[in-house]
Design a protein around this ligand. Structure first.
Ligand code: ACO
Length: 461
C-alpha cells in the first residue's frame, strides 16, 4: 500500500468569508497542472490540492487521507458510494461494462477453464497453480475438511427450525474457540493454516446445518471427492444407502462456487475487513461476514427471489406485482446492484448453467423458471427498470438452479457463504499482510443533541 499522503498545503487563503454557509466544492485542476484535484471551501476561499491516484484499471481515486488534518472537515459518504475503503489486487469490477476479473482473468474464462479450487488458489496467491501446486493445495484443503468432533455438539444447542445461516454464524464463530492458540495472525504460516481451515470446513459446517434441520445424521467429508461433490455428498447422502453425486450437478455447483468466490469490497467482505482491522480472530471475522451476507439486500437475495416467485405464483400476476414494485411497495428481488449498471456477468453464466441443469434434470418446463423468465422479460422492457439501470443479478438465477438441484431454500445463502469464504479470507490476508494496515474507523456526521446540562433525575420509588 502507498504511504499515507503528506498534509496538503493550502494553495490560496482568502481573507473574507462572506458565504453564510460553508460549501465545499471539488473541481478538477487545470489540464496543465499536476495530477491533483483542488478542493475549495467557498466560505473562506481556502483551497487544498489532493493527489489523484491511478489504479491499474478503473477510475482515478482522490487521495484524501490527510483531509481532516488539513481542513478540519470530513467527507460524507454514508453507503460508500464514492469511497474506496482500501487498496486491493484481488478482484476488479467495471459495473458499467459488466466486467468481473479475478486477479485479471475474466470470470467467464475462469468458469469455463478452471475448477473452484484452482480459482481459490488464484484468489489467494495471485496466480493459477502449476499441476504440482494444485495437487498440494487440493490435498491440503481436503485434509482440513473435517471439523473437531466436539464442534458437532454445538449444533444441538440450536432449535431444529433455526435458519442455517443463524447456525453458521454461531458455529463458524465457535471455531475461534478451537483454534485460538494456533492462530497468531502475525505469523504468515498460521494465517495460511487458518485460511485452509476456513475454506475446507465451511462445506462441512453448512451441510451439517442442513442435516441438523432435517434431523438426519451428519455425513463426514470424503477426501477422494472434489470440493463441489463433497458439499453435495454431505448435504444429500445418508448412511442407509449409497449416494451418487450427479456429474452435471457437481459441475454446476463448481461453477456456482466460482461465480460467487469474490466480489471485491461488497458488504460482507467490507465487514470481514473492518472486523479484522482490529486484529480480531479470523474465524470470528468470517462469522461477521456470514452475518452480513445473510441480509436479503446481499446474499440473502437468492432465497428472497424464490419467496417472491412463490408469492407471484402465476405469470398473470406479474403486472400487478410490477405495479407494486413501482409504487415502492415491493422490491424485485434479484434485480439491481450497487456496482453493475449493466448486466451482471455472473448472471449471464448463471442463466446458461440454469438451462443446462434444468435440461439435464428434464425440467426445462419448470413453471418457476418460466415465471422467472417472463418476469425478467417484462422488467427489462419497463421504463422504471431501464431508467434505473436495474438488471438481473447473480441471485436471480442461482435460486432457481439451487431449487432444481434439490437444495432447500434456506440453504441457498449458506451455499453462497461456502463459496465466498475464499474471497473473505483472501481479502483478510491481503489486509493483514499490509504493513501500513490501521484499524478501520469511519467518521460520522453528527446530528444529535448539542451539549446540554442534566436536570434532576426522577426515579421511581
Ligand atoms: N426493485 C425495485 N426497485 C429497485 C431495486 C429492485 N430490486 N433495486 C433498486 N431499485 C430502485 C430504488 O428504489 C431506487 O429508486 P429511486 O431512484 O426511485 O429511489 C433506485 O432503484 C436505486 O436503488 P438504490 O437502492 O439506491 O440502489 P443501491 O445501490 O443502494 O442498492 C441493491 C443495490 C441493494 C442490490 C438493490 O438494487 C436491491 O435491494 N436489490 C434487490 C436485492 C438483491 O437482489 N440483492 C442482491 C445483490 S447482488 C449480491 O449481493 C450477490
Amino acid at each position: 500500500m502507498s504511504k499515507p499522503a503528506k498534509p496538503a498545503k493550502p494553495v490560496t487563503a482568502a481573507k473574507s468569508a462572506k458565504a453564510a454557509k460553508a460549501a465545499v466544492v471539488a473541481k478538477a485542476a487545470p489540464a496543465a497542472a499536476k495530477e491533483t484535484v483542488t478542493l475549495t471551501d467557498n466560505s473562506t476561499g481556502r483551497s487544498w490540492d489532493y493527489k489523484l491516484v491511478d489504479g491499474t484499471v478503473g477510475p482515478k481515486v482522490i487521495d484524501i487521507r490527510s483531509l481532516y488534518a488539513d481542513t478540519g472537515m470530513f467527507t460524507f459518504d454514508p453507503a460508500f458510494t464514492s469511497t474506496a475503503s482500501c487498496e486491493s489486487k484481488i478482484t476488479y469490477i467495471d459495473g458499467d461494462a459488466g466486467v468481473l476479473l479475478y486477479r485479471g482473468y475474466p470470470i467467464e474464462d475462469l468458469v469455463e477453464r478452471c475448477d473452484f479450487l484452482e480459482v481459490c488458489y488464484l484468489l489467494l496467491n495471485g496466480e493459477l497453480p502449476t499441476p504440482d501446486e494444485k495437487k498440494k493445495f487440493v490435498y491440503d484443503i481436503m485434509h482440513h475438511s473435517m471439523v473437531h468432533e466436539q464442534l458437532s455438539t454445538f449444533y444441538r444447542g440450536f432449535r431444529r427450525d433455526a435458519h442455517p445461516m443463524a447456525v453458521m454464524c454461531g458455529v463458524v464463530g465457535g471455531l475461534a474457540a478451537f483454534y485460538h492458540d494456533s492462530t497468531d495472525i502475525t505469523d504468515a504460516h498460521q494465517r495460511v493454516v487458518a485460511t485452509y481451515r476456513l475454506i475446507a470446513k465451511m462445506p462441512t459446517i453448512a451441510a451439517w446445518a442442513y442435516k441438523y434441520s432435517v434431523g438426519q445424521p451428519f455425513i463426514y467429508p470424503r477426501n477422494q471427492m472434489d470440493f463441489a461433490q463433497n458439499l453435495l455428498h454431505m448435504m444429500f447422502a445418508t448412511p442407509c444407502e449409497p449416494y451418487e453425486v450427479s456429474p452435471v450437478l457437481s459441475k454446476a455447483m463448481d461453477r456456482i462456487l466460482t461465480l460467487h468466490a469474490d466480489h471485491e469490497q461488497n458488504a460482507s467482505t467490507s465487514t470481514v475487513r473492518l472486523a479484522g482491522s482490529s486484529d480480531a480472530n479470523p474465524f470470528a471475522c468470517i462469522a461477521a461476514g456470514i452475518a452480513s451476507l445473510w441480509g436479503p439486500a446481499h446474499g440473502g437475495a437468492n432465497e428472497a427471489v424464490l419467496k417472491m416467485l412463490g408469492e407471484i405464483g402465476d405469470p398473470k400476476n406479474i403486472p400487478a406485482f410490477i405495479k407494486r414494485v413501482k409504487d415502492k411497495k415491493a422490491k424485485l428481488m434479484g434485480f439491481g446492484h450497487r456496482v453493475y449498471k449493466n448486466f451482471d456477468p455472473r448472471a449471464k453464466v448463471m442463466a446458461r448453467t440454469c438451462q443446462e441443469v434444468l435440461d439435464d434434470l428434464g425440467r426445462h418446463n419448470d413453471p418457476v423458471l418460466a415465471l422467472a423468465v417472463e418476469l425478467e422479460r417484462i422488467a427489462l422492457s419497463d421504463q422504471y427498470f431501464i431508467e434505473r439501470k436495474l438488471y438481473p443479478n447473480v441471485d436471480f438465477y442461482s435460486g432457481i438452479i439451487f431449487r432444481a438441484m434439490g437444495i432447500p431454500v434456506s440453504m441457498f445463502t449458506p451455499v453462497f457463504a461456502v463459496a465466498r469464504t475464499v474471497g473473505w479470507v483472501a481479502q483478510w490476508n491481503e489486509m493483514i499482510s499490509d504493513p501500513a494496515k490501521r484499524i478501520g474507523r469511519p467518521r460520522q456526521l453528527y446530528t444529535g443533541a448539542t451539549p446540554r446540562k442534566m436536570g434532576p433525575i426522577r426515579r421511581q420509588r
